[in-house]
Design a protein around this ligand. Structure first.
Ligand code: PLP
Length: 399
C-alpha cells in the first residue's frame, strides 16, 4: 500500500505523457500555486486559460458553498428547472449579440464542440466540416476528427470522414472546399495550441461569407479565448464577426468543469424534435459549475479591467526581448514566446520552476512557452517575471 501521493499518482493514475511535470500542489490562491513544500509559483498557465480571475476567488468559493447547501445533481440536463443554471444562461446571453440567444450547457469543451457539430449536421442536413490545420478542439472522437496532425489521429482512425483542413488565414484554399457537403466550419480565432497564432479579419470575413452563401454554420471555438483572455470578453468582438454557434468552456465554469454551445433559439430548438433528445448529457450544466461560473463572470465584469489585459500583454511583449527570443505572439494574455528550439523551451521551463514561475509548452508548438496567467496579474508581477525569464535565458547555455 502506497501512502505518498506522488507514488500513488505514478502507480494508480493513467499517464498521458512519459514525463509529467508532477508538481505536487497543496493549494492555490490568486495568481499563485503552492506546492507541498510550501514553495509558491507565479502561475503563467492558469490551468490552460481556465482560472481567468485567479484561484479561489472568495466570491466564487462563496457561491459554490451556497449552492452546495441548496442541491447538487438532481436530473439530466434540460428536464427540470435549476435556478442557478437558468440564471447563468441568461447572464451569458445578455453579454452576447442578439442572434446568440440560447445556451446548451455541457460537461466539457470537447462535448460542446461535439454537440455543435451535431447541431450543424441536424440544421443543414449536410455532414462535412472545415477546420484549421493544427487547431485543437478536444480529444473525444468528433473533435479529434478536426485535428490535422496524423501523429495524434492515425491510431484512432476511422474518425469522422469529410473533414477538410485549411491553413489559418489562407482564404484562397476556400475555393477548393466542396461547400455543398459542408455542415459547419469550426474556427479558433486565435489558434492557442499552435502557438497563439491570430486569424485575420479578412479570413474570418471570407469564412462568414462562404457559410452564408452555402448554408453552413460558422462555429467559433472560444474555449480558450473567451472571458477576457484576449482583452475583450470574447475574441470575436475584436473582429465584429458573429458566428452561428459560439462554443465556450474552460473559464466558463469558474474553476469547475463546464462547456456550452450557444446559438439562435430557432437552430437549437431542432435538438428537441425528430428525434427528441438530440443531445443528452447527465451532468451538463452541473449546478455547482453554474454557480461558480456565474460568480466568476460577475467578478470578471465588476473587478477586472479588461483593458488592463491588453496593457499587460503589451508589457510582456515589450519587456521580453532577448537574443534567444525569436518572437512573442498572441493577443492580450494569450501569449507564446518562441525560442530557437524545443530543447531551449524544456530547459527554460525547468529553470523557471526553480525560480517560482510555472509555465509549459504548446501542443503543436514545442518551441514556444506559454504566458497565459490569470487576468489579475499585476504590473509588478509582470515586471518581476520578465526579469527572471531574461536572467534565466542568460543562464540557459550554462545548464
Ligand atoms: C481551443 C480548445 N477547444 C477545445 C478544447 C477542449 O476542451 P476540454 O478539454 O474541456 O474538452 C480545448 C482544451 O484545451 C481548447 O483549448
Amino acid at each position: 500500500m502506497l501512502s505518498n501521493p506522488k507514488a500513488q499518482f505514478f502507480q494508480y493514475l493513467a499517464q498521458t505523457s512519459p514525463e509529467p511535470m508532477a508538481l505536487e500542489i497543496a493549494s492555490a490562491k490568486g495568481n499563485y500555486l503552492v506546492d507541498t513544500q510550501g514553495k509558491s509559483y507565479l502561475d503563467l498557465i492558469a490551468g490552460i486559460s481556465v482560472c481567468n480571475i485567479g484561484h479561489q476567488h472568495p466570491r466564487v468559493v462563496q457561491a459554490i458553498e451556497a449552492q452546495l447547501h441548496q442541491h447538487l445533481h438532481v436530473m439530466v440536463y434540460g428536464e427540470v428547472v435549476q435556478g442557478i443554471q437558468s440564471k447563468y444562461g441568461q447572464a451569458i446571453v445578455e453579454i452576447l449579440p442578439h442572434s446568440l440567444d440560447n445556451v446548451y450547457f455541457t460537461n466539457s469543451g470537447a462535448e460542446a464542440i461535439d454537440a455543435a457539430m451535431k447541431l450543424a449536421k441536424r440544421v443543414t442536413g449536410k455532414f462535412g466540416f472545415v477546420a484549421q490545420s493544427n487547431a485543437y478542439h478536444g480529444s473525444t472522437q468528433a473533435p479529434l476528427s478536426l485535428m490535422s496532425d496524423p501523429y495524434f489521429t492515425d491510431p484512432y482512425k476511422p474518425l469522422l470522414g469529410s473533414v477538410y483542413f485549411i491553413n489559418q488565414n489562407d482564404t484562397d484554399s476556400l475555393d477548393y472546399i466542396p461547400w455543398n457537403t459542408i455542415a459547419g466550419v469550426v474556427v479558433e480565432l486565435i489558434q492557442a495550441e499552435k502557438g497563439t497564432t491570430v486569424a485575420t479579419a479578412e479570413f474570418l470575413a471570407a469564412l462568414r461569407k462562404r457559410c452564408d452563401e452555402h448554408c453552413a454554420l460558422l462555429i467559433f471555438d472560444e474555449i480558450q479565448t473567451g472571458f477576457g483572455r484576449t482583452g475583450a470578453m470574447f475574441a470575436f468582438q475584436h473582429y465584429n464577426i458573429v458566428p452561428d454557434v459560439l462554443v465556450l468552456g474552460k473559464a466558463l465554469g469558474g474553476g469547475l468543469p463546464m462547456g456550452a454551445m450557444i446559438a439562435g433559439k430557432h437552430l437549437m430548438q431542432q435538438l428537441s424534435y425528430n428525434p427528441v433528445l438530440g443531445h443528452i448529457t447527465t451532468f451538463g450544466g452541473h449546478p455547482l459549475s453554474a454557480a461558480a461560473g456565474n460568480a466568476a463572470l460577475e467578478v470578471l465584469q465588476s473587478e477586472v479591467d479588461i483593458e488592463e489585459v491588453k496593457r499587460m500583454g503589451l508589457l510582456f511583449k515589450q519587456l521580453l526581448t532577448h537574443p534567444l527570443i525569436v518572437s512573442v505572439d498572441g493577443v492580450g494574455l494569450l501569449l507564446s514566446v518562441k525560442l530557437p528550439s524545443s530543447e531551449f523551451v524544456l530547459k527554460l521551463i525547468k529553470l523557471l520552476l526553480k525560480q517560482g514561475i510555472f509555465t509549459d509548452w504548446f501542443l503543436f508548438a514545442a518551441d514556444r512557452f506559454r504566458i497565459c496567467p490569470p487576468l489579475t496579474i499585476s504590473e509588478v508581477e509582470v515586471l518581476n517575471c520578465c526579469q527572471v525569464i531574461l536572467a534565466e535565458l542568460n543562464n540557459i547555455d550554462k545548464n
